[in-house]
Design a protein around this ligand. Structure first.
Ligand code: HEM
Length: 98
């Protein structure tokens, strides 16, 4: 398999990721707009297209928490738990479409 990000434009990717993490962190997956975005990502990341295996989202979530831990002096285990719980329903929707 070719490296997943071999041809990626990272300035674009950073903006897309920022926008979608913002939605995951602040919105409810039951909101139609949020759900629509998640289903679009689920489709593009599924087996037939980008083929992003579900276990990679666990690596992704660990990396996200690690990064915020480095950047945010007020980060704590409790805050991390809250982030993980908040991200979970969105990740579940994306991976359920794999
Ligand atoms: C909740 C977690 C994630 C979110 C919100 C997310 C979101 C996005 C968005 C919005 C795009 C651009 C539009 C699209 O192609 O659908 C994208 C592209 C992509 N994502 Fe994700 N993604 C997530 C997790 C992952 C993971 C775990 C991987 C693999 C390690 C991954 C690999 C990719 C790749 C390879 C692209 C295409 C990059 C390119 O244009 O070359 N994503 N993602």
């Amino acid at each position: 398999m070719a490296p997943l990000f071999a041809a990626t434009d990272f300035s674009k990717q950073r903006k897309l990721l920022r926008a979608s993490v913002y939605v995951l962190a602040t919105r409810d997956v039951e909101e139609p707009q949020a759900r629509e975005m998640l289903e679009r990502i689920g489709e593009s990341h599924g087996r037939a297209r980008r083929n992003i295996r579900p276990e990679l989202y666990e690596v992704w979530l660990d990396a996200l928490c690690q990064t915020v831990r480095w950047l945010d002096p007020t980060w704590s285990d409790e805050v991390e738990q809250a982030w993980r719980e908040k991200m979970r329903p969105g990740i579940d929707i994306i991976t359920s479409m794999y």
